[in-house]
Design a binder for this molecule. Structure first.
Ligand code: HEM
Ligand code: SF4
Ligand code: SF4
Length: 685
């Protein structure tokens, strides 16, 4: 008998239990096909499509540039269609982050991150980072207060010439190219995202990319309603001569800026790299265990292809066979791809597959038959129930049944009402049920057979309910009145108990009729009931509306006082010509003109009211030390009128005074002192 490895990770299972309860609660009102919680990954792809469509509309009207960007966004906002497109674009980008995080948590809680899933897991993280980066660039394009904060951050972190372009307006042509680069990245990254999605699904067979039609409609309705309730607004235009004191920061994308402002770069990025890096590497840091891989007993394999066709993880290959058997093909397992779902074990008509960890369909079924015979001989009516390890772990079995599970045993018998008995078999997944078992059990006197599945779209192994349902659809004769297909959210033991109680009733037994199975084809086209559609839409609207409280009011810490920016961009003076060794120049030739020269660094000292507030030396850029020298400093200054002096040293002489004056620092305002090479002074702006 196989040990059930699924419950061993107690914290994850406890979290999964809570998660499943929540999904189960939604299932009470809306069917699995329309429950958004079961379609988080595909809904994210749908959001990406919404973003591409609305983004294409916005790009037609948007113009990049320091002077025009804000105005064009205002123009887009000035008519209802533009405003709607912009709002849907913004809420869909927040929804993408939310949906990815929920999808990620679901994968984590249900142990779907290690083993063969490492590729989906790591590529998922990269896509999350890409989505975040794309959205952040989007906020920059508006050129309002949020963009200003981003720019401030960029200037402080990168310093150098890229930041200078924003404070030295004469260099504004360079900001145009910055706008174009950001716009390009904002459009280009999502396109690469499709490659990411392709890689995400590389290790899956028949990856499903489309969210069900109605769930997509629910999402669109949610986005439009939210956009009408609270259309997106720009903050005030960016103005680098002010300090931001009250701007709304979308926590999904820009929440990092106020955090960095409060904690500093080292703590924020240190924590982000530590936590993000550990989660990224989780498949290796916290690898789980399963009972796999599947093993094929070659002499029993007839090469029928069934396991190959059903494996959801592309872990089986059919190879040519040239041995003493009469068969032409042999199934071969790729152990690295196998998730131990045992769907192939259930599919195999010759019992040629078992799991290395000990699960064998043949042994399990023999144990079920043995238990059935014993109870029949004693004259009890017997119900046989097949359940998955996940269902047992998450508490779907009523206490009356659960109490009889013995350590290491996967088939057990329980007493039920009126002398009836229930023989329960715990399988790796419901897809491990071999449909030939149903015929045999019926022939051998089982009164009822229950196939307990989790909801169709909540498959732990992607297709476990689907594959069994499909087998049943292909063998319609097996679907008789004593076969019961049950889809119950994991953990909902009361639903199972109620069903079983009802099944024992004499009238129920008398009136039993074959029940049609849920469809396996065209599920995408199902139409929800009014209640189902309403609940699904409200859930999505509510989830998307989280963007409203997460649009947090924030202000730069420096805004309580005033600030002074020092901007320096100079060619610098030459210390010595760069003459290569062994080269002699003809008389009169200027070696600096021919080979360039090594520049002196530039040192700047700033004094406010006689106190040194900055003293730093800036080296020339470029590998050979002959590039421009640039610097951008941000100095917080207490408000009030102050004497400011700037001293500079750019050759072998001592410091010389390049600015001196009385400056009135107002709260929330920034003065800029820009170095002017022509006059060799700093100019106040
Ligand atoms: C843009 C972001 C993402 C999109 C569009 C996306 C989409 C999807 C879709 C549609 C599936 C289901 C494919 C199928 O079962 O047929 C899937 C599976 C999966 N996703 Fe994502 N995903 C994203 C991000 C993530 C993230 C951030 C993680 C975790 C870090 C993640 C982990 C996984 C895993 C492990 C599976 C495999 C599930 C299984 O084996 O049963 N995904 N994803
Ligand atoms: S289902 Fe069984 S018999 Fe058919 S190919 Fe697979 S292992 Fe061989
Ligand atoms: S156990 Fe599941 S994943 Fe492994 S080979 Fe069989 S069907 Fe594929």
């Amino acid at each position: 008998m196989t040990p059930n490895l699924y419950p061993q990770r107690k914290t994850l299972r406890a979290l999964e239990k809570i998660w499943s309860r929540l999904e189960g609660l939604v299932n009470r009102f809306t069917h699995s096909d329309f429950n958004p919680f079961y379609h988080l990954g595909t809904l994210t792809i749908f959001m990406l499509i919404v973003l591409l469509v609305t983004g294409a509309y916005l790009t037609i009207f948007y113009r990049p540039g320091l002077d025009v960007a804000y105005a064009t966004v205002e123009k887009i906002d000035s008519n209802w269609l533009g405003s709607l497109m912009r709002s849907v674009h913004r809420y869909a980008s927040d929804a993408s982050i939310l949906l990815i995080i929920l999808h990620l948590l679901k994968m984590l809680f249900s142990d779907r991150y290690w083993g063969q899933r490492w590729l989906a897991w790591t590529s998922g993280w990269i896509m999350l980072a890409g989505t975040w980066l794309t959205g952040t660039f989007g906020y920059w394009l508006i050129w309002d207060g949020r963009a200003q904060w981003l720019t401030e951050y960029m200037m402080e972190t990168l310093a150098g010439t890229s930041g200078l372009t924003y404070v030295a307006v004469d260099l504004s042509s360079r900001t145009f190219s910055n706008f174009v680069i950001i716009l390009f990245l904002h459009v280009f990254l999502p396109i690469i995202g499709f490659l990411g999605i392709y890689i995400h699904g590389l290790r899956l067979s028949r990856a499903r990319w489309w969210s069900p039609r109605w769930v997509s409609v629910q999402a669109i309705i949610g986005l439009i309603l939210l956009s009408l309730i609270k259309p997106t607004m720009s903050a005030a235009p960016a103005d680098l001569s002010t300090l931001l004191s009250d701007v709304r920061m979308d926590a999904y994308y820009l929440g990092f800026l106020p955090l960095i402002d409060a904690w500093g770069n080292v703590i924020f990025w240190g924590l982000a790299i530590l936590i993000g890096g550990s989660l990224f590497l989780l498949p290796w840091l916290a690898r789980g265990r399963d009972s796999g891989p599947a093993i094929i007993t070659d002499p029993k394999c007839t090469g029928c292809n069934l396991c190959y066709a059903e494996c959801p993880y592309d872990a089986i290959a059919m190879v040519e066979r040239h041995d003493e058997t009469k068969y032409h093909k042999l199934a071969v397992i790729n152990a690295a791809q196998c998730t131990a779902c045992a769907i192939c074990v259930g599919a195999c008509p010759t019992d040629a597959i078992h799991l290395q960890g000990g699960y064998s369909g043949e042994q399990t079924f023999n144990a079920v038959k043995g238990a059935l015979h014993r109870e029949k001989q004693e004259g009890h009516p017997v119900t046989v129930m097949f359940v998955s390890e996940r269902d047992v772990t998450l508490g779907t079995l009523p206490a009356k049944l659960k109490g009889n599970i013995r350590e290491g045993e996967t088939v057990f018998t329980s007493e039920w009402e009126a002398g009836a008995r229930v023989v329960t078999a715990i399988l790796p997944s419901i897809g491990a049920v071999n449909i030939e078992w149903l015929r045999t059990l019926r022939d051998e006197g089982a009164r009822d057979i229950i196939l307990l599945s989790h909801p169709y779209d909540d498959a732990l192994y992607r297709e476990d309910p689907h594959m069994l349902l499909n087998r049943l659809h292909l063998h319609a004769a097996l679907v008789t009145k004593d076969l019961h297909w049950l889809e119950i959210a994991p953990g909902d033991s009361s639903a199972l108990e109620a069903f079983m109680k009802n099944l024992q009733r004499e009238e129920t037994q008398k009136e039993k009729q074959p029940k049609p199975l849920p469809p396996v084809k065209n599920r995408n086209k199902l139409i929800p009931s009014l209640m189902s559609g309403l609940v699904g839409t409200l859930i999505l609207l509510g989830a998307f509306a989280l963007a409203l409280p997460l649009d947090v009011k924030a202000s730069m810490q420096a805004a309580d006082g005033s600030a002074l920016r020092i901007a320096l961009d100079a060619k610098g003076k030459i210390e010595a010509a760069n003459i290569p060794e062994g080269v002699t120049l003809p008389e009169g030739a200027d070696p600096v003109k021919i080979f360039g020269g090594v520049h002196f660094p530039i040192s700047v000292r700033v004094l406010v009211d006689g106190n040194v507030v900055l003293e730093d030396t800036y080296e020339p850029s470029g590998i050979s030390g002959n590039g421009r020298i640039s610097a951008l400093e941000f100095l917080e200054i207490e408000s009030g009128t102050r004497t400011v002096e700037v001293w500079m040293k750019d050759d072998s002489d001592d410091y010389r005074l390049v600015f001196s004056g009385e400056v009135t620092f107002e709260q929330g305002r920034v003065w800029i002192l820009v170095y002017d090479e022509a006059t060799d002074t700093f100019v106040l702006r």
